[in-house]
Design a binder for this molecule. Structure first.
Ligand code: KG4
Ligand code: ZN
Length: 345
């Protein structure tokens, strides 16, 4: 079954063709970073307009690279949430229009679940369930027990900023460009990660919840004094590197400690990782070092960490197999798709 995947949740316009949930025939991503960089973050209205301009050319390119035309597609899968409402509407309406015109089924996929599926797609051998899922992206920091594809139990999530968002805000404070993850990772490579005693937040009574807004504020106070209002400290290049390295260490130490504790508590053999922050090579090394071979660590392969449509097409295939029919044409875009939250149970 050949699935055309569409992804427009935020600031990437992406389309891919994937066969039987695994073989990637094409994976095209048009990034909008150039557009949003000057504002230091994503401007939703501009993102929507750019999606409108790019969606059809990106679909054409994905088909061309796969050597197929629209008639060869068996299913259309699109990310219908979570994401920016206007951006989601463009991908979802395009999928519905294609399904209607081609008389093909379509399914709406959860973008966050798809980030975890990206790791499964990258893994040649079958993974035994249940396993632990760790999503580290610009919008999410989530630990899930994955019982099988499509069945998840929420273990913990952030109560404030997502980890990628914290990297983006920290980068802004350090005068680095958006998105902040890659320049912080680069700077941190030459810094002393113990130079500043930064720590991520803990949520009382909820050992697997995350909190990164305090870490970002600690960085602000380090740079601009106790009120956060003084003019920025004239940091030397080395101090800036040390601060980036200390921030990154604090964020990753927290994620690694909570993930490995959850992996032991829930008795899983494998940990699946997803989301843009998992592109960070230091994170991958630190995890391997701390885990000492106790779990199978499954990372998304190149091109599948950041937002992409191959993961949407891949997961869409399984979703369609499970539900056995198309989604209805009145399927809504969803800015949030909550997993059941233990904090509010
Ligand atoms: O998964 P993604 O492409 O989009 C969302 O679904 O949010 O993740 C984007 C996030 C951004 O916050 C970006 O700064 C972060 O991933 N990121 C990184 C790295 N590359 C991207 N964070 C840390 N280190 C990186 N190398
Ligand atoms: Zn994402």
């Amino acid at each position: 079954m050949r699935v055309l995947g569409i992804e427009t949740t935020c600031d990437e316009t992406a389309c891919a063709v994937v066969q039987d949930g695994r073989d990637i025939l094409s994976n095209v991503v048009a990034s909008q970073i150039d557009l949003h960089q000057q504002y230091g973050g994503v401007v939703p209205e501009l993102a929507c307009r750019r999606h409108i301009d790019l969606i059809l050319p990106v679909i054409d390119q994905a088909l061309q690279e796969a050597g197929l035309d629209l008639q060869d597609i068996d299913l259309i899968a699109t990310a219908h949430g979570p994401g920016l409402i206007g951006a989601l509407l463009i991908g979802l309406n395009t999928a519905k229009a294609l399904a209607l015109a081609l008389h093909k089924p379509f399914v709406g996929v959860n973008h966050v679940e798809a980030h975890l599926y990206a790791a499964l797609m990258s893994q040649p051998d079958p993974v035994s369930f249940p396993c632990l899922g760790v999503i580290l992206s610009g919008g999410h920091t989530t630990l899930l027990l994955m019982k099988e594809i499509g069945i998840y139990q929420l273990i913990g999530q952030t109560v404030d900023d997502a980890i990628g968002e914290a990297f983006d805000k920290a980068a802004k404070l350090l005068g680095l460009p958006y998105p902040g993850g890659p320049p912080i990772e680069k700077l941190a490579q030459e810094g002393d990660s113990q130079a500043y005693p930064l720590k991520a937040g803990q949520v009382k009574g909820h050992p697997f919840s995350f909190s990164f807004s305090g870490l970002k504020t600690a960085l602000l106070y380090t740079l601009r004094g106790k009120q956060g209002k003084e003019s920025p400290l004239p940091l030397t290049e080395q101090e800036k590197k040390n601060l980036a390295a200390s921030f990154q260490r604090a964020a990753f130490e927290d994620v690694i400690q909570k993930t490995l504790t959850a992996a032991h508590q829930y008795g899983v053999g494998s940990i699946l990782f997803g989301g843009g922050v998992t592109n960070n090579q230091t994170l991958r090394q630190l995890f391997a070092q701390e885990d000492r071979g106790q779990h199978q660590l499954i990372w998304p392969s190149f091109g599948l960490s950041l937002d992409n449509a191959a993961m949407i097409a891949g997961l869409g295939y399984h979703q369609y197999q499970r539900q056995g029919k198309s989604d209805p044409f009145d399927l809504d875009p969803l800015t949030r798709i909550p997993f059941i939250d233990p904090l509010h149970n």
